[in-house]
Design a protein around this ligand. Structure first.
Ligand SMILES: [Zn+2]
Length: 482
C-alpha cells in the first residue's frame, strides 16, 4: 500500500513539474510587435496609379498556355507593361524566352549574389456567366480592382514591377543583382519556370533568395488568433494522380453477381475515407508556425502551442478533426475526383476505374503514400496505376537568414500582422528554383479578405486598392533594406 502511495505521489510530482514548465514557457513566449508604426506609407495618388496599372494588366486575357503553345496574348500584355514600366524595359538586361519574362537589374556588387522576384503572367480561365462583372474588365470599384488575375497573380507581378520602376526612377541601385521572372504557364505545370531554373543553373548563378506568390496576409488563420498572419510558404506538398482499376466479368444488370468492379471500388474508397490511413505527424514548418502564433493566443491555447515538446503527438492526432486545412497540415491527403464505369445503366462494366489526387506530406513522400493506397486496393483486387507523381518540395529554413530578413521586413513594414512559416498545400513556380536556391519563399505582401481568398481560381476575383499599394511599398522596403 505504502509503495502504491509513493508511486502515485511521484507521478503527481512529475505531472505538477511538467505543468510548471509548460506555464513558464507559455508566459515567456514572445509576441511579434504590433503597436509599432509601419515603416511604409503611401498617398492616395500612388494608390490610384498602382490600381490603374494592375487594371490595365488584368484587361489583357492571358489564359495559361502549355509549353510550346502560341503565346501572342502574353506579348500584348508585355506591350501594356512596357508603357506602365518604361524604366524596367529600358534599363534592365533582357533574357526573355517563349513569352516568359526574365530581366536582370545589375547590382553594385555582383559578388554579393542575386535574388529573384517572381509572379506569373498567366491566369486560369474564367466562366463568364458566374461573374458579376466582365472577368477581364479590370474595373476599379468599391475599393478593389476586379477581374481574373487581379489577385492570382498579376497583383504580385504588378506590385513587384511598380516597386522596381519607382526605385529606378529614384536612381536606386541595389547591392546584389535582382532578377525579375514571370512565366506564361504557372497554372499549367510550370514549363517556363523549369526552363528558367535550368538556365540559371547552366549559367552558374545561385540565388540568395527567391520570392514568389504563395502565402499572403490573411485573417482567421487559427481559432483564437485575432491578428492577421503573414503566411510565408516555405514548402509545398507533393502531387500525385492515381488510377485504380477494377476488372470483372461484366454482363446484364438483371442478374448481377456479387463484387462487381464498381462495388469493389466503392468499398475501397469507403475504407480509405473511413480509416484515413496516412501517417499523422507535426513536422516543419507546422511546429514553427504554432510557435510563432503562440504568444497571441488565449492562455490555454498558448499553453499548448508553446509546449509542443509535450503536446506534439496529441496535436498531430486531433488536428484533422478541426478542419480539412488543419488535417492537410499533418498528413498526406487523398481526394477521389473522377470515375468511370459502363456506358449504359443496365450494363455491368467489365472494367471500372476511379482517379484520385493525393498530396503527399513531407514525412510520407509520394512513393510511400502511394504504397499505402496500393495495399488497400489489393484487398479488393484493384490495380493501381500511377499517372503522375511528384514529391513535396524542399523545406526552406524558417530559421535561415533570408526567412529572418523577410520576417523582419514584415515586422517593420506591416507590424500589425504576425509572420508565420507556412506549408503550402498547392503548388507554385517557386519550387523549380530549388535547383539554384536554398531559400524559396512564397509570400505576396497583400491583405486578402476571406472572400478574396475564396475567389482564387473561382468567380469574382479581386484585390483591394490599398492592399495593392501596401504590397508595392513593401517590395520597395524589401529591396532597399537588403
Ligand atoms: Zn498563381
Amino acid at each position: 500500500m505504502k509503495y502504491v502511495l509513493f508511486a502515485l505521489l511521484a507521478i503527481l510530482a512529475v505531472f505538477v513539474f511538467m505543468m510548471l514548465i509548460c506555464v513558464v514557457r507559455a508566459v515567456k513566449v514572445k509576441k511579434s510587435p504590433s503597436e509599432k508604426k509601419p515603416a511604409i506609407s503611401w498617398t492616395k495618388e500612388e494608390e490610384e496609379k498602382y490600381a490603374k496599372a494592375l487594371s490595365e494588366m488584368v484587361k489583357v486575357p492571358t489564359v495559361s498556355k502549355k509549353k510550346g503553345e502560341e503565346y501572342s496574348d502574353f506579348l500584348k500584355l508585355q506591350e501594356v507593361m512596357e508603357k506602365l514600366y518604361p524604366n524596367i524595359f529600358q534599363k534592365l538586361e533582357k533574357h526573355d524566352f517563349e513569352g516568359n519574362i526574365l530581366r536582370l537589374w545589375k547590382g553594385k556588387n555582383s559578388s554579393k549574389g542575386a535574388i529573384l522576384l517572381m509572379g506569373h503572367q498567366d491566369v486560369v480561365p474564367a466562366a463568364e456567366k458566374e461573374w458579376t462583372r466582365d472577368p477581364f474588365s479590370g474595373a476599379i470599384e468599391a475599393g478593389c480592382i476586379h477581374g481574373r488575375g487581379a489577385m492570382d497573380c498579376k497583383s504580385t507581378l504588378s506590385a513587384e514591377w511598380s516597386a522596381v520602376e519607382e526605385l529606378l526612377e529614384e536612381g536606386f541601385i541595389p547591392e546584389e543583382d535582382i532578377w525579375l521572372f514571370s512565366s506564361v504557364n504557372e497554372e499549367n505545370s510550370g514549363g517556363g519556370a523549369i526552363d528558367a531554373a535550368k538556365w540559371f543553373k547552366e549559367q552558374g548563378i545561385r540565388l540568395n533568395a527567391v520570392l514568389d506568390e504563395g502565402g499572403a496576409v490573411i485573417g482567421n488563420v487559427f481559432p483564437g488568433l485575432s491578428q492577421p498572419c503573414a503566411a510565408i510558404g516555405i514548402v509545398e506538398k507533393g502531387f500525385c494522380n492515381l488510377k485504380f482499376i477494377a476488372k470483372g466479368a461484366g454482363g446484364h444488370s438483371s442478374t448481377p453477381p456479387k463484387n462487381t468492379p464498381i462495388a469493389r471500388l466503392a468499398m475501397f474508397m469507403a475504407e480509405v475515407e473511413k480509416t484515413d490511413p496516412f501517417k499523422r505527424e507535426l513536422v516543419s514548418p507546422i511546429p514553427e508556425m504554432f510557435t510563432s502564433i503562440a504568444g497571441h493566443l488565449i492562455f490555454p491555447l498558448r499553453l499548448v502551442m508553446s509546449n509542443l515538446w509535450l503536446f506534439k503527438g496529441l496535436l498531430s492526432k486531433v488536428l484533422p478533426l478541426f478542419s480539412p486545412m488543419a488535417g492537410a497540415f499533418v498528413r498526406t491527403t487523398c481526394a477521389f475526383t473522377m470515375a468511370s464505369g459502363s456506358e449504359a445503366p443496365n450494363v455491368i462494366p467489365d472494367e471500372a476505374y476511379v482517379i484520385c489526387n493525393i498530396r503527399p506530406s513531407v514525412h510520407q513522400k509520394a512513393e510511400e503514400s502511394i504504397e499505402v493506397l496500393r495495399n488497400i486496393a489489393k484487398k479488393y483486387d484493384i490495380e493501381t496505376e500511377v499517372l503522375l507523381s511528384r514529391d513535396p518540395s524542399n523545406v526552406s529554413s524558417p530559421e535561415g537568414k533570408e526567412f529572418n530578413y523577410l520576417k523582419k521586413c514584415i515586422e517593420e513594414a506591416i507590424p500589425d500582422v504576425v509572420p508565420i512559416p507556412y506549408l503550402m498545400t498547392g503548388g507554385t513556380d517557386c519550387r523549380q528554383f530549388e535547383l539554384v536556391s536554398d531559400n524559396c519563399l512564397r509570400f505576396t505582401p497583400t491583405r486578402l479578405t476571406p472572400e478574396q481568398l475564396a475567389a482564387m481560381h473561382a468567380a469574382n476575383e479581386s484585390i483591394g486598392v490599398s492592399a495593392l499599394a501596401e504590397g508595392v511599398k513593401f517590395y520597395k522596403y524589401y529591396i532597399q533594406n537588403r
